[in-house]
Design a protein around this ligand. Structure first.
Ligand SMILES: [Zn+2]
Length: 1039
C-alpha cells in the first residue's frame, strides 16, 4: 500500500513518506546551536540577507530563522538544532505545462557539469570525494529539490559549492541532454547498419516508473482530479512525450525557473548560519538581480458535479487472482494546503477514516473482502497545492465497482451520523507524541521534505512545524464542537461536487500497444531525417561514447582526504544481564527522549522444514490476529494507544567467521513511551502465550494484503529480488534468504492467497508458535535512557519469566538438523565474570557439506526494462580480505560500472556491493540491457585485475566506504550489530584500521583471488521481459 501519490521522482531513489511527521533530536539536552540563533533580531542584516522571523519550536528542540535575500527576493529558512548531521537544500518551483519531463531531465542535466566544475558528472564524482550522509535531487509535481547532508563542516562547504554552481551555473551541454534525456542512436552506436532506437537515462527511468501499475494509477488520479494546470501533466515525463523535448526548451526552462527569485533555501543542524549565508551570497546570489518568476499554481476551478474515468494498465502476472485486477477509488479535492491548521486537521481526519482495522473504511471495504487491499492511493495527499483524499480498493472484479462505490457513500453517511470513538482520537494523538520523540538519523531531510510543499506555495514553513500548538487547537476545537470532525466530513466529502471516481483495469495488449505507439513515434522521427541528419546522428553517437570514455580532470572538484577521517570512532557501551541465568538481555543506555526500544530474537532451529516457508506469513500476522482476551481490533487499538509499533520479521544472520554457517530466527521489535512499558510488555506476554489463530476470515484479509503488497513491490525492488535469487545457490544462508525474501516468497504468498480455504494454513501457525516463541535460544535488547534502565529491567524480566518454557527443565527438544554449532555471542565476554554464571551463546546452523553451484535464472515479467544481478561467493566479514573487497566494490561502482551501465548503457543505476552475507553482488536497475550488462560486470573485473586505478581512486573508494561506516546511527539502533551479529566495537575498530591500510596490490590481489567467476562460486538472475538471446541459451533457467 502506498500512502502517497508517487509524484516524487527520486534521482538515486529513496524517500517515500515525506508526508508523515518524522522526528528526532540528537543531543537533545544541550542547546548551543539553538541558543546562538535565538540572539538574532528581526530586521538584522547578514551577508545580503535580512532576518524576518526567529521562532523557537521547543517540541522539536529547534529554533527556526526566516530570512529574505535583499537583491533577489530568494527565501531562506535556517533550522538550528544540536544535530551534527547538517543538511542543505535548495528548491525551485517548477511547474511544467507538458509531459516532456523537462523539470526532471533538467534535474539530471544540471548535475552533469557547471562553470566552476566543468568535468562530466561532478555530482556522482562528489559521492566518492565526500563523507556525505545523503546526496540527492528529486523532481516533484511542482518543485525540484537538491538536498545533501553531512556531519563534517569542511565537507558541507565543499558540497555547498558544488550544489550552488550546479543549479545556478550549469553547463547544460547538448551531450549531457542526450545522455540524460533522450536521443536517437544506433542500437550499436559504432555500427551505422544497426537500427536507430530511442535511448536516454530519464527515458528509461520513466519506463521503469510506469512499469509499476501503482504509479500508473497515482499519475492518472492526479492528472484527472486537477486537470487545469501543471498537475494535469507528468512532471517526470511520459516516455511517449519525452522525445518531443528540445535542448533549447531545456535551456529556456532553466533560465526561467532556476533563478534565486524562484528559489527557497533551507539549512539545518549545528553549524553556524552566518557561514552558510556568506558562502551562498558570494558564490551565487551576489551575481543575480530580482526577476518576477511566473511559476505559481492557480487554485483549481471547482467542478459542479462529480466526474468518472476509466483507464487501462499492463497485466500483472503475480497478483493473487487474475480475474480480480480492477482498481477503483473515489477522490475528493480538499482545501489549500497553505492553510496549515486545516491541512493538519484533514490529515488527522484521514487517518481516522482509513488507518488500521478499527477505521470505518477498513471495516467497510477491507473486511468486506471484495478486493485485496486499499487502492494504491489512499488517505490524505498533501503533495499538491490543494490536498486531496482518496479511498477505494484494488484487486476487485470489474462488476464490483458499483458495490465499492455504494460502500464508500454509505460509510461517509455513517461517519457523519456517528463520528469517531474518543479512544481512537486519543490513540492518534498519542501516535503524534511518540513520533515527535522517536529519533531518526535523517531528521533534517525529513523536515525539509515536510515543509517543502507548503512553502512552495508561499505558505509559512515555520507554522507547519508548530505541531504541539496544532494538537492543542485540535483538542480545543473538539471540545468546542463535538461534531467538529463530522462537520468536516460532511463539508469535504458529502457535499463536495469536486470528486473523481477512477477505475483502472489491465489490458492484455497494453504493453504491446505501448511498444507499437513508441515504434510509430520512432519511425515518424526516422522517416523525417535527411541523409545528412542520419550521418549527424551516427557521429553524435560516436562523440558521446568518446566523451563518456575520456578520462576526466576532476582536480577542480573539492575533496575530503582520507586524512580528514578520524582514526577511531565513539564507542557504544552495553551491559549484559541474564534472567534466570538463561536468557541474555543487552542494555544500551542512550538519550532516547523518553522512548524505550525493546527487541527479542528467537531461533528457528527446531522448526520442521515444511513449516519454514510460512515464517514470513507468521511474522506478518502474529501481532495482528488478537491475543488473550483481545480480538484483533482490540489488540490493534491497544498497540496504537500504548506503543509506537510492535512487529516481527524473519532474520537470517550470516556468521561472521564462516560462510557455511548462519543463525536463523525471528526478530520481534517494538517501541513505546517510558510510561507505557508495563502495558507494552504485557501485550508481548499475551502474544507469546496466547496468540489467536482462529479467525480464518481475518487471516484471509491479511494474506490478500500481503500478497498484493509483495506483487506491487517488485518493480521498485527488482534489483534486490535479482540479487537474492543470484545468491541462492552460493551459501546456505543465501538459499534460505531466497525462501524468505525472494521471488519464491512472492509466489508462495500468491499461492496461499489463491487457496479457497485457509484452514490448513491456519493450523500451521500454532505449530510454528510452539517452536518459535519459547525462551530457548532467546535473547533480548533494550535501548533506553540510563536512569530508566533499572525500572525497565524489572518489566523485561517479568516478560521473560512468563515466556513459554521458562524455568522448565530442558527436555532436549530434538533438533531437526543435527548440525548445530554453539558459539559465544560476545567472545570478549568469555574471560570476565558473568552474573548468574551464564554467557550469551548463539546456536548456528552449519552446513559443512554445502556445495555452492552455479545457477542462472531468468524471470520473465511484464516489464519494459530489466533488473540484472550477478553474485560471487567471497569471504565472511572477519576475513581480512573482506575489507579490500568492500573497497573494491565501491571502486568498481564509481570508476567503471556507473559509466558503463548508466552513462553508456542508459540504465537508471548500477554498481557492486558487498554485505555481511559475503556475497559480492553486481546489479543494474531499470536497465534496457540484459546479457550485455552481465558482460559489463565481467569486464569490470578484468579492469580491476589489471590494476588500472590510481592511489586517488583508492582513497575516494575508501572515503565512500567510510561514509557508510560512519553514517549516523539513531539511539534506537545503537548496539544492534553486537546484539545480532556479535560485532563488538573492538572488532569494528580493527576493521577500521584494516580499511585505512587497504592498498593497490591488495585490491588487485582480491580481484584475482575471488572475482574470477567459476561455476562453483557465481550465480546470476535477470528479471525482465521476454528475451530471445536468453531463451536460446541453455545455461539459463527460465521461470
Ligand atoms: Zn530521475
Amino acid at each position: 500500500m502506498v500512502l502517497r501519490a508517487t509524484s516524487v521522482w527520486v534521482l538515486l531513489k529513496r524517500l517515500r513518506s515525506a508526508r508523515s511527521v518524522s522526528h528526532c533530536s540528537w543531543r537533545w539536552n544541550s542547546s548551543s546551536a539553538r541558543e546562538r540563533v535565538i540572539q538574532y533580531t528581526v530586521g538584522e542584516k547578514i551577508h545580503g540577507f535580512t532576518v524576518n522571523q526567529v521562532t523557537a519550536v521547543p517540541e522539536l528542540f529547534l529554533t527556526a530563522v526566516k530570512l529574505n535575500h535583499d537583491n533577489t527576493g530568494a527565501q531562506y529558512m535556517h533550522v538550528a538544532r544540536d544535530d551534527p548531521n547538517n543538511l542543505f537544500s535548495v528548491q525551485f518551483r517548477t511547474t511544467p505545462l507538458n509531459s516532456t519531463g523537462v523539470p526532471h531531465i533538467l534535474e539530471h542535466v544540471v548535475l552533469c557539469g557547471s562553470e566552476k566544475y566543468q568535468c562530466r558528472d561532478p555530482f556522482f564524482k562528489m559521492l566518492t570525494r565526500s563523507l556525505s550522509t545523503f546526496m540527492n535531487a528529486f523532481t516533484a509535481s511542482d518543485y525540484t529539490m537538491y538536498p545533501f547532508s553531512t556531519q563534517n563542516s569542511k565537507d558541507f562547504q565543499n558540497l555547498l559549492s558544488v550544489y550552488l554552481d550546479a543549479v545556478f551555473f550549469p553547463c547544460l551541454r547538448e551531450l549531457d541532454f542526450w545522455q540524460e534525456g533522450w536521443r536517437l542512436e544506433h542500437d550499436t552506436p559504432d555500427d551505422p547498419s544497426s537500427p536507430l532506437v530511442f535511448k536516454g537515462v530519464v527515458f528509461n527511468e520513466m519506463k521503469g516508473v510506469f512499469a509499476n501499475n501503482e504509479n500508473v494509477y497515482a499519475q492518472h488520479l492526479q492528472n484527472k482530479l486537477l486537470p487545469d494546470h501543471t498537475y494535469s501533466v507528468i512532471s517526470g515525463g511520459d516516455p511517449l512525450h519525452i522525445p518531443k523535448l528540445t535542448w533549447e526548451e531545456l535551456k529556456h526552462f532553466h533560465a526561467t525557473h532556476y533563478h534565486p527569485s524562484n528559489a527557497r533555501f533551507f539549512t539545518y543542524g549545528d553549524l553556524p548560519l552566518e557561514q552558510h549565508l556568506k558562502q551562498i551570497q558570494e558564490q551565487a546570489l551576489g551575481k543575480f538581480q530580482k526577476i518576477e518568476p511566473d511559476t505559481s499554481v492557480p487554485i483549481q476551478p471547482r467542478w459542479s458535479e462529480p466526474r468518472e474515468y476509466h483507464v487501462t494498465c499492463g497485466p500483472d502476472s503475480m497478483v493473487p487472482d487474475p480475474v480480480k485486477q480492477t482498481t477503483y477509488s473515489v477522490s475528493f479535492l480538499l482545501d489549500d494546503i497553505t492553510n496549515s491548521f486545516e491541512a493538519f486537521t484533514l490529515s488527522l481526519l484521514s487517518s481516522l477514516l482509513v488507518s488500521g482495522p478499527n477505521s470505518p473504511f477498513y471495516k467497510a471495504l477491507i473486511d468486506a473482502r471484495i478486493g485485496t487491499d486499499f487502492a494504491p492511493v489512499v488517505g490524505y495527499d498533501g503533495s499538491t497545492r490543494e490536498a486531496c483524499f482518496s479511498v477505494g480498493l484494488q484487486g476487485i472484479a470489474e462488476q464490483d465497482v458499483k458495490t465499492v462505490k455504494q460502500i464508500i457513500n454509505k460509510t461517509i453517511d455513517e461517519v457523519i451520523e456517528n463520528g469517531f470513538e474518543e479512544e481512537r482520537i486519543e490513540a492518534l494523538l498519542h501516535k503524534i507524541e511518540i513520533q515527535l520523540k522517536h529519533q531518526t538519523t535523517n531528521f533534517g531531510l525529513a523536515l525539509a521534505s515536510y515543509v517543502a510543499t507548503n512553502w512552495n506555495h508561499d505558505g509559512d514553513p515555520v507554522e507547519v512545524l508548530q505541531i504541539s500548538e496544532k494538537v492543542a487547537r485540535f483538542r480545543q476545537s473538539l471540545k468546542d464542537n463535538p461534531r467538529f470532525l463530522q462537520d468536516k466530513v460532511k463539508h469535504y466529502f458529502k457535499e463536495n461536487p469536486h470528486q473523481l471516481a477512477l477505475s483502472m483495469s489491465p489490458d492484455e495488449g497494453y504493453l504491446e500497444n505501448q511498444t507499437k505507439v513508441e515504434q510509430g513515434k520512432l519511425q515518424e522521427k526516422i522517416s523525417s531525417l535527411s541523409m545528412e541528419e542520419k550521418k549527424e546522428i551516427y557521429e553524435k553517437g560516436l562523440e558521446l561514447i568518446t566523451a563518456q570514455s575520456t578520462p576526466q580532470d576532476v582536480s577542480s572538484l573539492p575533496a575530503l582526504k582520507v586524512s580528514d577521517i578520524q582514526r577511531t570512532f565513539p564507542l557504544t557501551p552495553v551491559e549484559m544481564a541474564y534472567v534466570g541465568g538463561e536468557v541474555p538481555v543487552q542494555y544500551c543506555s542512550q538519550p532516547t527522549n523518553g522512548v524505550v526500544y525493546f527487541r527479542a530474537f528467537t531461533s528457528l532451529n527446531t522448526l520442521p522444514e515444511d513449516l519454514k516457508p510460512y515464517i514470513p506469513l507468521f511474522c506478518n500476522v502474529i501481532t495482528r490476529m488478537g491475543c488473550a482476551s483481545l480480538n484483533y481490533r482490540q489488540l490493534d487499538q491497544l498497540i496504537e494507544l500504548k506503543t509506537g509499533g510492535m512487529a516481527a520479521s524473519p532474520k537470517i544472520l550470516q556468521d561472521i567467521d564462516d560462510l557455511d554457517m548462519y543463525e536463523q530466527g525471528v526478530l520481534f521489535t517494538s517501541l513505546c513511551l517510558d510510561r507505557n512499558l508495563p502495558d507494552m510488555m504485557q501485550l508481548w506476554t499475551d502474544i507469546f502465550n496466547s496468540p489467536h489463530f482462529d479467525d480464518e476470515e481475518h487471516l484471509r484479509v491479511l494474506v490478500m494484503m500481503a500478497a498484493q503488497e509483495l506483487s506491487n513491490g517488485i518493480p521498485d525492488s527488482g534489483h534486490q529480488y535479482a540479487a537474492v535469487r543470484a545468491g541462492k545457490t552460493l551459501t546456505p544462508a543465501g538459499n534460505l534468504g531466497e525462501m524468505f525474501d525472494g521471488l519464491s516468497q512472492v509466489q508462495q504468498m500468491k499461492r496461499i492467497a489463491e487457496m479457497p480455504e485457509l484452514v490448513t494454513v491456519l493450523r500451521r501457525l500454532p505449530r510454528i508458535k510452539l517452536h518459535l516463541m519459547t525462551n530457548e535460544n532467546m535473547r533480548c535488547s533494550v535501548n533506553a535512557a540510563a536512569q530508566e534502565i533499572p525500572e525497565m529491567s524489572k518489566e523485561v524480566e517479568k516478560f521473560i519469566r512468563n515466556v513459554p518454557g521458562f524455568g522448565k527443565k530442558k527436555k532436549d527438544r530434538k533438533l531437526i538438523r543435527s548440525n548445530i554449532t554453539e558459539k559465544l555471542l560476545n567472545p570478549e565476554e568469555a574471560g570476565g565474570e558473568v552474573s548468574g554464571g551464564s554467557r550469551a551463546t548463539k546456536k548456528l546452523v552449519s552446513e559443512p557439506t554445502f556445495k555452492a553451484c552455479q545457477m542462472k535464472t531468468h524471470f520473465q515479467l511484464p516489464f519494459p526494462v530489466n533488473y540484472v544481478s550477478e553474485c560471487i561467493r567471497t569471504v565472511p566479514y572477519m576475513n581480512p580480505d573482506f575489507t579490500s573487497l568492500r573497497v573494491l566494490a565501491r571502486l568498481l561502482t564509481a570508476k567503471y560500472l556507473h559509466r558503463e551501465i548508466r552513462e553508456k548503457g542508459g540504465a537508471y543505476g548500477g554498481g557492486a556491493t558487498l554485505s555481511h552475507s559475503g556475497l559480492f553482488s553486481f546489479y543494474s536497475y531499470r536497465d534496457p540491457n540484459s546479457l550485455d550488462t552481465i558482460s559489463v560486470f565481467r569486464r569490470s573485473v578484468d579492469w580491476a585485475k589489471m590494476g588500472k586505478f590510481t592511489a586517488e581512486d583508492i582513497d575516494e573508494a575508501k572515503l565512500s566506504v567510510f561514509s557508510v561506516v560512519d553514517a549516523p546511527v539513531a539511539p534506537s539502533d545503537k548496539g544492534l550489530d553486537r546484539f545480532l551479529y556479535g560485532i563488538s566495537d573492538e572488532i569494528k575498530q580493527k576493521r577500521r584500521e584494516q580499511l585505512f591500510a587497504v592498498d593497490h596490490d591488495g585490491l588487485v590481489e582480491v580481484a584475482n583471488k575471488y572475482l574470477t567467476t567459476g561455476h562453483s562460486t557465481c550465480g546470476a538472475a535477470i528479471l525482465g521481459p521476454e528475451n530471445e538471446s536468453i531463451a536460446r541459451d541453455p545455461t539459463w533457467v527460465q521461470r
